[in-house]
Design a protein around this ligand. Structure first.
Ligand SMILES: CC(=O)N[C@H]1[C@@H](OP(=O)(O)O)O[C@H](CO)[C@@H](O)[C@@H]1O
Ligand SMILES: [Mg+2]
Length: 546
């Protein structure tokens, strides 16, 4: 470990005092100008995590996702590509807050952590770091790297600008693959494109039968999706990337991107739809770090229709259920869908009542959903905003492989389904929700089923819903229970919300403090658009006045 004097000099160069931080839904996320201290301590903490995990490489992503350009943030990725182990979040928060107090407090906390976690600071370890396209990224990276220097035995691999899922993927491959395999973006593209190639072979297509319009939110997803799709002839002239101006910092997520489309339920700037209805036209929006995606289309009446995370979860559930049936595996495989309270009531109904698939509800944040999803053989998890993926158990993959090895003589339909299931385990980025890989997976399902976006949408009808933000003096007063669906405090607020909800048809509403923004979120759904909007506004008033 670095000597005290040198560490103190680094601390003084990068740390400021007086701010209180907390590791939220997706790491630390604040205005970029107050993040230097927490970047420095995250460098130290990621180092500790790597050393604690016998020197395995730990990932770090510097991003504020869908937030405005002036924000930034940082999150730590486990060696297998998952979000930081939850018991370590408190260490991350505590170290940052001690550093925000004084050097002495930081040094004492660091010493305690090394002691209580029994960390051998002399061993070697590794950090893989990347950032999104924000202007503050390089400065914050510098503060982060200074923190990592606390342990001179650590190697840092700086990947420059990546999407968040690319960093998760490369972190996981760094630990999984031998040293002589180059872990770079090429590895990422090859992984998903080679699975995609099998889909085009199975479906026998030479050109994509869709007109695909991609809104890249002026984030890093723009150049990356172009780098990926331009490698395959099948996409030639079939896609267009809008809002790809990732070097125009102020344009990031501005009036475009997945969050804008989901929240406003309308087309982003830069995507126009033609006068006449086109059944093959499919649009999608990424968020700023390309770990979310939503799809949409305009129906024959010219009405905007959103195909969000719930629609993706239900599409995958229906598709995998069909494949399990036709391959005779449905009795051996447990499939489930994990959602949050923000999932549209109609989607849960459809899954349970129409498909007969089990549905679990967890707190917001993919770390919670992922944790629950891995309990299934096929665990499909999506937040309504389009953040999610599918995870497959190793038991399921082994079963598939052994069936594929022995079942080649069985019916062509059954064999084909087994092959498709196997391809999807490779087409989907299982480490984390990934706009690029999710986009390919959705297109692949539509191709195999020969569905248009409209046909996909017609499986069930969303209940009209509204999500609003209310700024309050202290959002930490809003405490929830029951997977965030009910408030415990402020006292009596839940009863008042329940009383309002009971006045509307088929209605539901809940309130929780955001973990990424300084606001309280209010969600409402009801039988009609007017009722959903009115209920959200009324509950918002209750929150404002309490
Ligand atoms: C309602 C909503 O969309 N909440 C988002 C948002 O979290 P909040 O804690 O609600 O701010 O950002 C998270 C990180 O990207 C994402 O996981 C989550 O779904
Ligand atoms: Mg994101």
């Amino acid at each position: 470990m670095l000597d005290g004097e040198t560490l103190k000099a680094l601390y003084e160069k990068h740390c400021k005092h007086g701010f209180k931080y907390s590791y939220g839904t997706a790491g630390f996320r604040y205005k970029a100008d107050i993040l230097d201290t927490v970047m420095f301590t995250t460098g130290v903490l990621a180092g500790l995590r790597s050393l604690h995990l016998s020197g395995q490489t730990v990932g770090v992503m510097i991003t504020a996702s869908h937030n405005p350009p002036e924000d930034n943030g940082v999150k730590i990725v486990e060696p297998r590509g998952e979000m930081l182990e939850q018991s370590w979040e408190k260490h991350a928060t505590q170290l940052a807050n001690c550093a925000s107090e004084s050097y002495a407090s930081f040094a004492t906390n660091l010493e305690e952590l090394v002691k209580t976690l029994k960390i051998d600071t002399n061993r070697s370890g590794g950090i893989a770091v990347a950032r999104d396209s924000r202007e503050s990224g390089p400065r914050l990276l510098e503060a982060f790297e200074a923190g990592v220097q606390a342990f001179p035995t650590l190697r840092i691999r700086d990947y420059g600008i990546l999407t968040t899922p690319q960093l998760h993927f490369l972190t996981s491959k760094t630990n999984e693959f031998p040293q002589n395999v180059e872990k770079d973006e090429k590895l990422y593209y090859n992984e998903f494109l080679s699975a995609w190639d099998e889909i085009t072979t199975i479906s026998g297509i030479e050109a994509l039968p869709f007109e695909l319009k991609i809104d890249a939110a002026n984030g890093i997803g723009g150049p990356k999706i172009s780098a990926m799709l331009s490698q395959r002839q099948v996409f030639k002239n079939a896609y267009e990337v809008s809002n790809a101006d990732w070097q125009n910092y102020a344009a990031l997520n501005y009036c475009c991107g997945a969050d804008f489309v989901k929240t406003n339920q309308k087309l982003p700037h830069g995507i126009a739809v033609g006068e006449t209805f086109n059944a093959r036209r499919i649009n999608c929006s990424f968020d700023g770090d390309a770990d979310r995606i939503v799809f949409y289309y305009n129906d024959p009446q010219g009405q905007f229709k959103l195909l969000d995370g719930d629609k993706m979860a239900t599409l995958f559930a229906k598709f995998f259920q069909q494949l399990l049936r036709s391959s005779g595996l449905q009795k051996d495989v447990e499939m489930g869908v994990v959602q949050t309270a923000y999932a549209n009531g109609s989607s849960a109904n459809y899954l349970e009542q129409v498909l007969g698939v089990s549905v679990k509800c967890t707190s917001t944040g993919v770390k919670h959903l992922h944790h629950e999803a891995v309990k299934f053989d096929i665990g499909i998890y999506f937040e309504a905003n389009g953040h999610g993926t599918v995870v497959f158990s190793s038991k399921f993959v082994e079963l598939l492989n052994s069936k594929l090895a022995t079942d080649s003589q069985s019916s062509p339909e059954s064999y084909n389904s087994l092959k498709l299931l196997s391809v999807f385990t490779r087409l989907i980025n299982q480490t984390v929700g990934d706009a690029l890989s999710d986009m390919l997976a959705v297109l692949a399902v539509l191709l195999v089923l020969q569905w248009t976006p409209q046909k996909w949408d017609e499986e069930y009808t969303d209940l009209p819903n509204r999500l609003i933000k209310v700024v309050v003096p202290d959002r930490t007063l809003f405490k929830t229970t029951n997977a965030e669906r009910q408030l415990e405090s402020p006292a009596n607020l839940q009863q008042e919300i329940d009383a309002l909800v009971s006045k509307y048809d088929n209605a539901r509403s809940f309130v929780r403090a955001s973990g990424t923004e300084d606001a309280v979120r209010v969600y409402a759904e009801a039988a009609s658009r007017e009722q959903a909007d009115e209920l959200a506004a009324m509950v918002g008033k209750l929150v404002e006045n309490c």
